[in-house]
Design a protein around this ligand. Structure first.
Ligand SMILES: [Zn+2]
Ligand SMILES: [Zn+2]
Length: 212
C-alpha cells in the first residue's frame, strides 16, 4: 500500500509529499520546492529509499529545489508534462522575483502524459494531465490508497489561479470535473497548499465547483 507524509516547504508553505511503498520502502518526493534539509531529515527518520523526484508543475514553490536535489542524490526527474517547459526555463527568474534561493535549471528525465503509470516498489500511481493552472500540470493518483496529489489544481474550498501566462480557467474546470471527479467522491486529495479534503466534499461545498 502507498504511504505518504506531507511536509510544508518554502515561504509559500507548499505541500511537498514523500510517497512510498510500505513493503519495499521505495520512495519518491513530490514537488521538492525547497527546504531540502527538512525533507531529507524525514527520509532518514522513516528509513526510506528515495529514488525519484515527481513534479506536478514547474512553479518555483513546487520545483525550486529540484535541480539541487537531483544533483546531490543522482535522482531522476519525472514530470511534469512538457507544456511546462517555459516555466522550467523561467525558474531562475522566478526565484529572483519571489525571493527564493537561486533555482538551478534542469531537464526532466521523463516528461509525463495523461494516463502514464509510475511504479514505486509494489505500488503504482496513475498520472492525469490537468492543465489550466499551468499548461503542463499533472496530478498523481493512487486508486489503491484512494489518494490524489493534485498540486495547484484544486484546494479545500478553492481552485488554482489561472491569471498567470498560460493559465486557462475553462481548462482548469474541465480538468477538475473530467479528470479529478471520476477518481471518486471518497478520494482524499493532497493539494499544493493548505489542508487535505475529499473530492466529494469539494463537490458539495467548494463555491468554485459546487454541483459540477
Ligand atoms: Zn502553482
Ligand atoms: Zn503552489
Amino acid at each position: 500500500m502507498l504511504q505518504y507524509l506531507t511536509i510544508p516547504v518554502t515561504p509559500f508553505q507548499q505541500n511537498c509529499s514523500l510517497v512510498w511503498c510500505d513493503q519495499t520502502l521505495d520512495a519518491a518526493v513530490i514537488d521538492p520546492g525547497g527546504d531540502l534539509e527538512l525533507v531529507l531529515a524525514e527520509v532518514d527518520r522513516l528509513g526510506l529509499k528515495l529514488g525519484q523526484i515527481w513534479l506536478t508543475h514547474a512553479h518555483i514553490d513546487h520545483a525550486g529545489g529540484t535541480a539541487e536535489l537531483s544533483k546531490r542524490l543522482g535522482l531522476p526527474i519525472i514530470g511534469p508534462h512538457e507544456g511546462d517547459q517555459y516555466w522550467i526555463d523561467g525558474l531562475p527568474m522566478q526565484s529572483v522575483k519571489f525571493g527564493f534561493p537561486p533555482a538551478g535549471h534542469f531537464t526532466p528525465t521523463r516528461w509525463l502524459h495523461d494516463l502514464d503509470r509510475l511504479q514505486l516498489g509494489r505500488s503504482e500511481v496513475t498520472v492525469r494531465h490537468c492543465p489550466g493552472h499551468t499548461p503542463g500540470h499533472v496530478v498523481f493518483h493512487s486508486a489503491e490508497a484512494q489518494r490524489a496529489f493534485v498540486g495547484d489544481v484544486l484546494f479545500a474550498g478553492s481552485i488554482g489561479r489561472t491569471d498567470f501566462p498560460g493559465g486557462n480557467h475553462e481548462q482548469l474546470i474541465a480538468s477538475i470535473t473530467q479528470r479529478l471527479w471520476p477518481m471518486g467522491d471518497d478520494t482524499i486529495f493532497i493539494p499544493g497548499h493548505g489542508p487535505e479534503s475529499s473530492f466529494g466534499r469539494e463537490r458539495r461545498m467548494n463555491p468554485y465547483v459546487r454541483g459540477t
